[in-house]
Design a protein around this ligand. Structure first.
Ligand code: PLP
Length: 469
């Protein structure tokens, strides 16, 4: 039976406004209206408390890989809670954590065999940085502690992960943050001319490759500037999310690997979004054919049926901690929770049984082609991404790539586009962490009917938005 909140609606709304502190939310935007309340999910759709259906174009928050309403995941959680609801991984183990660690290590590239569970993505990023520092202290290079990451990249909100994040406006309110992080350019090929101050404009495959080479080389420049003896790690996403999906130009990752090897700097692939099928592979590193030293992941590992994250490290990085008496003095009460690990195992069973990775690989071309139809609208500057992970960049002038002013972002992106997409039945995200973009990242079960539905709703809304410029 569908949940019915109609009798209690006034109280629910008041309680939401009086007591529930929403994340990354301007609460004032609900002063004159209701807080949207989602009550049900099934497949690629979610429903609000009034019974209205929305296509989940963001998989919740890059999370719901297998879609909503999977009773077998709910049952896996219930069965585990009945048998053993809780046991921490502090000196003790439980079977589901062991089984999942083995399975995740089996999917991870090369020698990434050591799985440290966390409760989510930010904790995985914190763990990776702490491991990098600790590893170098134990192996005789105690000065190595700094981190390089990319402009506009998001790596989480805890103080270390936020320090690694490359979004100044998200950080300013919380400074001083953990010191010692430094930014390099990202791989926004659409804006390569701006990023390289006119040195490279990406017009074809060759110039894109040259841009990738240049962007990777900026990591070497940053390491040199900081002093190689002080740099511990580079944190990069396979495809950067914030800014609107920046895939790596060909050869980018191979060059980054070479640079990290040359300077003995750890390469951390932050796959909190990109792992577990988002790019058509278990890990983004597999898609782009590189072997990092550490992978951080979360979200799709359980498809959101229970929270879980992980840091996966190479054998080499764990080795010093195996010596007599040593330990990695780090942990989380809920990291590797029995219920979450049981759910993750059942989630990965669905991946295999329903061939979800193949589904993404088979359909990603059609997804992109469908979204690219929107390029006939003057407001659509660029459509980019990979797998089931796309960004649509909105511009004021397609010929010059002129972006929105702050006022236009407020009035058009947040004042109209964001709300209108939702009103038309598409849950996705309008974002201005960088240039204005619409982010799409639906469940991996989606097919052409869903791509068409997204395109049709986007067309209606963006056509109207074009007239507001
Ligand atoms: N790293 C990346 C690349 C992310 O996209 C996110 C969240 O979206 C995080 C880290 C932080 O994950 P969480 O919100 O689970 O802490």
């Amino acid at each position: 039976m569908d949940p019915d909140y109609s009798a209690d609606w006034t109280h629910l709304q008041q309680a939401a406004k009086d007591h529930l502190w929403l994340h990354f939310t301007r609460h004032s935007s609900y002063d004159a209206g209701d807080v949207p309340v989602i009550v049900k999910g099934e497949g690629a759709y979610i429903w609000d408390a009034q019974g209205k259906r929305y296509l989940d174009g963001l998989a919740g928050l890059f999370v719901s890989q297998v879609g909503h309403g999977r009773t077998e995941l709910a049952e896996a959680a219930a069965a585990q809670a009945r048998q053993l609801a809780f046991m921490p991984l502090w000196s003790y183990a439980h079977p589901k954590a062991i089984e999942l660690a083995e399975r995740v290590a089996g999917h991870a590239p090369g020698s990434l065999n050591r799985v440290f569970f966390t409760s989510g993505g930010g904790e995985a990023v914190e763990t990776a940085w702490k491991l990098a520092k600790n590893y170098f202290k134990l192996t005789g290079r105690p000065l190595k502690h700094k981190v390089i990451s990319r402009a506009i990249a998001y790596h989480g909100t805890t103080q270390g992960a936020l320090s690694i994040t490359g979004l100044p406006t998200l950080k300013q309110q919380f400074e001083p943050l953990v010191p010692s992080t430094f930014r390099v350019p990202n791989t926004n090929s659409y804006r390569a001319a701006e990023i390289t101050a006119g040195y490279i404009d990406v017009t074809d495959a060759a110039s894109n490759e040259a841009f990738g080479r240049w962007a990777a080389d900026q990591i070497a420049v940053a390491i040199e500037n900081e002093g190689p003896d002080t740099v511990a790690a580079v944190f990069l996403e396979p495809v950067q999310n914030a800014g609107g999906c920046f895939p790596p130009p060909p050869g980018y990752w191979q060059r980054v690997r070479e640079i990290c090897d040359a300077y003995d700097v750890l390469l951390v692939s932050d796959e909190v979004i990109c792992a577990f099928g988002r790019l058509g592979h278990m890990f983004g590193a597999e898609r782009y054919d590189y072997e990092p030293d550490i992978i951080t992941c979360a979200k799709g590992l359980t498809s959101g049926y229970s929270p879980l994250g992980a840091m996966i490290a190479s054998d080499r990085l764990m080795e010093p901690f195996l010596a007599d008496g040593n330990m990695f003095a780090h942990g989380y009460t809920f990291g590797g929770h029995p219920v979450s690990t049981a759910v993750a195992l059942a989630n990965l069973d669905i991946f295999e049984r329903e061939r979800l990775l193949e589904n993404v690989r088979d359909n990603e071309g059609a997804f992109l082609t469908t979204l690219e139809k929107l390029k006939d609208l003057p407001i659509v500057g660029d459509v980019r991404g990979a797998g089931y992970f796309y960004g649509i960049e909105l511009v004021k002038d397609r010929a010059t790539k002129e972006t929105f002013s702050e006022e236009e972002c407020e009035r058009i992106l947040f004042g109209y586009v964001s709300k209108a997409l939702y009103d038309e039945g598409l849950y996705c995200r309008a974002d201005d962490r960088g240039d204005p973009v619409i982010q799409l990242s639906p469940p991996l079960i989606c097919d052409q009917t869903h791509f068409d539905e997204m395109e049709q709703i986007l067309r209606v809304v963006l056509e109207k938005a074009s007239t507001m410029l």
